[in-house]
Design a protein around this ligand. Sequence first.
Ligand code: HEM
Length: 156
Amino acid sequence: MPIRPRPVTGLRVLTAVSMLAASVSGASAHPSLYAQMGGTKVVAAFVSVTIDQVAADPKLNQSFRDVNLGRVKRELTSYICQLAGGGCKYTGIPIREVHANLGITQAQFFGLVQILRRQMRLHHVSLRDRNQLLALLAPLEPDVVDVKVGPPPRTH
Ligand code: HEM
């Protein structure tokens, strides 16, 4: 019996065209972590409360004296957007540079993470997405904690 080619339905053509369009535009079939968390509306909201709480906590806030909290909130949101595949380009100060010489301890790093985790939960970010974002932030610890930048050592 001859093998007849299956008829190409309109739906299949449409699917193929939209897959091609997605691959050309760089869009993926899966939403990014950033989109899954709720996008800028949700991320900016949990970042804002987190920074307010860290800056108000005497155990965590020694580095926040005279700091423009609005800027930190904006830049941290943009950083998370880039990190979580939201399509932003972070244009702030590099993480290692901005935290240099602030004397931030490991306990303070975990203190901020704890507050961030709670605020994500209160903003209805799923456990899976919370863990995914924290896994992306954890490797930054050496760029935030106890970073000392001084003049280059003397060679003579
Ligand atoms: C994964 C953890 C962290 C990330 C991703 C992060 C990210 C950022 C970003 C994007 C900025 C703004 C950069 C700019 O102004 O261009 C910033 C500023 C700042 N961060 Fe963090 N941060 C983290 C942890 C911490 C911790 C644990 C502390 C202290 C408890 C802290 C204290 C500060 C302070 C004081 C500034 C403002 C510095 C200044 O304006 O001179 N950060 N951070």
